[in-house]
Design a protein around this ligand. Structure first.
Ligand code: 6R9
Length: 648
């Protein structure tokens, strides 16, 4: 069903793109990408202009993606220096602390940002960080996180941010995975009134990392930490450091950052984005999709530990000279009005959040929203998972008062920026649909088994992309073969998103969710394989299979089937122990919501776990189990159904 709301053209004063523009520009962008992107490549400053635009191949065995390949630029100069003359005194970053009853917001101007980033860049240089070196950033949502990102880009170092909610083990794996030279962390990370001991987590992680790594520690709370020879006091060093650090000239295809993300198999992979194409794409999508205009205050509630924070808190907004909000807290602390209080306080014009947050706040009641003046809001955004129509309608009516178009942006860590999204002022909105491709994006629907292109409208299949766009990831860090196999292995000649989709009668796209073993918990991506390998690492666990199930607030919850070692007895205490175990192995976001003791798992005769069946049981949909005759032991299914966990 496709409920239509009125066109949003009336409510946008002067949108960057109208419906007519969209049709014309989109056609131009896919028919002649070289001309289109040559023009839009000019939205950033180049130290050395590019003469080549697109040089990309999706040919099996030769996946090679280059954009603007002979151009040279510096990202921090684009995000800071080039704005100084015109808007040095304009606020670049508004920082909102976790607890507004204890601390005030901070306003950081472009001139302040220039000073702090240059200082931090000099500190990194003094620690021996050079162009091409990797720096891990494991910080709370504080201004120093943005300084650290931009300081790396200033000197050509490659950053890799690890979300502060990840455990020491997960941090250690990422430090080793990219062979980092320095870790930037803080004493503690306050969030929702609680504190995560980041420094102590880092100390634990470093026990399993090579000698000689240095740790730069930012003071956030001033709480107690241990101190060793490899630790450096960031605040003290920055106070002393020079604020003059000329930006390093970088090639467009030099790596900008690595961001680890979950896939359907194995451990998380290091997604690599490069300098020129990524910045052009982040800046352009930020401007067009949110209909950003000069002077607007933009708020993306994500964490910089995720790609959304990279592209739409830091790089996109700052490249456009915007005022961007960095929020340290959570939607429900000190109370369920926090988002709206911050929107009103800073007169936010564009607000971008995840469906899971909307659902949680919807549950808290609309009185929390109505207390605050949201009249400056113009555009609302959604990201991370499909948004259900109830949440969409609430967002539209209660938050947007029916006046703010909702851009439901479908994209991925791998895509660098938005792929499918409505545009404010140009698109007739449909609640729950990601609708139409952004410029330069060529989506195709494939039949999942044959891989044939499904033409026409009113069709369903897997979502692939037929040609490259500038924000596309270039490789998996240290493993180009894995890149080829993961994204180009199943459907030759296409980038495979891992998502299913429907193209409706009007040609609009609807994302139907992952078709691989990736689950989406509160908008966070998780490989079921990662949770399984954490569980089986416990001495009492013989085997485990993890699937997602529908969860009212989180979108999907984590359902774990666990087979214990011979002689081990199931108990509530053991269940608790396993929950804590997974939290420490991966982090709180990976904690199973439900653990079912499974004497056996449904397997084919060749020993492959039939996840389809486990998913159905977890979804409480076991009337539709399908063919179980190929199972080695069909009777295990009855036991699993009889002992399924209550989802209420
Ligand atoms: C940006 C981000 C990517 C996966 C993606 C898809 C899901 C993201 C969505 C959406 C439906 C949307 N996803 N946005 N599904 N509608 N608007 O979330 O990146 O963490 O890599 O997750 O999230 O399943 O494949 P990432």
């Amino acid at each position: 069903m496709t409920t239509q709301t009125p066109s949003t053209q009336d409510v946008q004063k002067s949108p960057h793109v109208t419906a007519d523009d969209y049709a014309r520009l989109y056609a131009a962008s896919v028919n002649d990408p070289d001309t289109f992107w040559a023009e839009h490549g000019q939205r950033i400053d180049w130290i050395k202009p590019f003469t080549k635009v697109k040089n990309t191949s999706f040919t099996p065995g030769n996946i090679d993606i280059r954009w603007f390949e002979d151009g040279a630029l510096n990202v921090s100069a684009n995000c800071i220096d080039r704005h100084l003359a015109e808007r040095g005194n304009q606020t670049a970053i508004i920082w909102e602390p976790d607890d507004p009853t204890k601390e005030d917001a901070q306003h950081i101007t472009y001139a302040d940002l220039h000073r702090s980033v240059s200082k931090m860049a000099n500190v990194l240089k003094d620690l021996g960080v050079a162009r091409g070196d990797r720096v891990i950033i494991y910080l709370p949502m504080i201004p120093e996180a943005a300084y650290a990102m931009l300081a790396c880009t200033r000197i050509g170092a490659i950053h890799s941010i690890v979300f502060a909610g990840f455990s020491p083990d997960a941090l250690g794996a990422r430090i080793n995975g990219c062979d980092a030279k320095v870790v930037i962390t803080a004493d503690y990370a306050p969030r929702g009134g609680r504190e995560t001991p980041l420094k102590s987590n880092t100390d634990t992680a470093l026990l399993h990392c090579k000698e000689g790594l240095k740790c730069l520690v930012v003071k956030r709370t001033g709480g107690q930490t241990t101190w060793t020879d490899r630790d450096y006091d960031c605040n003290a060093l920055m106070a002393e450091a020079s604020d003059d650090c000329p930006p390093q000239e970088m090639n467009a295809e030099d790596p900008l950052f690595i961001l680890y993300t979950s896939g359907s198999t194995g451990q998380p992979k290091g997604v690599v984005h490069t300098t020129g194409g990524y910045l052009v794409y982040a800046a352009m999508t930020h401007e067009i999709v949110f209909d950003y205009h000069e002077g607007d205050v933009f708020w993306c509630t994500a964490d910089v530990g995720w790609v959304t924070g990279h592209s739409y808190i830091v790089y996109g907004p700052l490249a456009n000279g915007a005022t961007t909000i960095m929020f340290e807290g959570v939607p429900t602390f000190p109370d369920a009005g926090r988002f709206w209080e911050v929107c009103a306080k800073h007169k936010v014009n564009q607000f971008y959040t995840a469906p899971t947050a909307i659902r949680a706040l919807m549950g808290a009641g609309k009185e929390w929203v109505e207390k605050h003046d949201l009249s400056d809001l113009r555009v609302l955004g959604s990201v991370g998972e499909p948004i259900n129509p109830e949440a969409w309608n609430w967002y539209n009516e209660v938050v947007g008062k029916g006046n703010c178009p909702i851009v439901d942006t479908f994209w991925q860590t791998e895509t660098g920026g938005h792929m499918l999204t409505p545009l404010p002022g140009a698109t007739k909105l449909k609640p729950g649909a990601a609708q139409q491709p952004f410029f330069g994006v060529h989506p195709v629907v494939l039949e999942p088994t044959s891989g044939e292109v499904v033409e026409g409208n009113g069709v369903e299949g897997v979502l692939c992309i037929a040609d490259s766009w500038p924000g596309q990831m270039r490789t998996v860090w240290g493993d180009h073969e894995r890149f080829e196999k993961t994204y180009f292995g199943d459907y030759k000649g296409y980038y495979f998103s891992g998502d299913g989709c429907r193209r409706d009668e009007d040609g609009d796209y609807w994302i139907t969710g992952r078709v691989d073993d990736v689950i989406n918990v509160s908008g966070h991506r998780m490989g079921t394989a990662e949770v399984e390998s954490a569980l089986v690492a416990h001495a009492k666990v013989a085997e485990s299979a993890v699937v997602g199930y529908p969860h009212d607030v989180k979108g999907q919850g984590i359902y774990a089937y666990v087979t214990l070692m011979n002689g081990e007895e199931p108990s509530d205490a053991l269940r608790k122990e396993l929950e804590v175990w997974v939290r420490t192995e991966i982090g709180p976001i990976a904690k199973p919501d439900l653990i079912q003791w499974a004497p056996g798992l449904p397997k084919t005769r060749s020993g492959k776990i039939m996840r389809r069946i486990l998913r159905k049981i977890a979804e409480d949909d076991f009337g539709a189990l399908g063919d179980t005759s190929t199972l080695a032991d069909p009777s295990v299914v009855d036991d699993l159904i009889a002992n399924r966990m209550n989802r209420a």
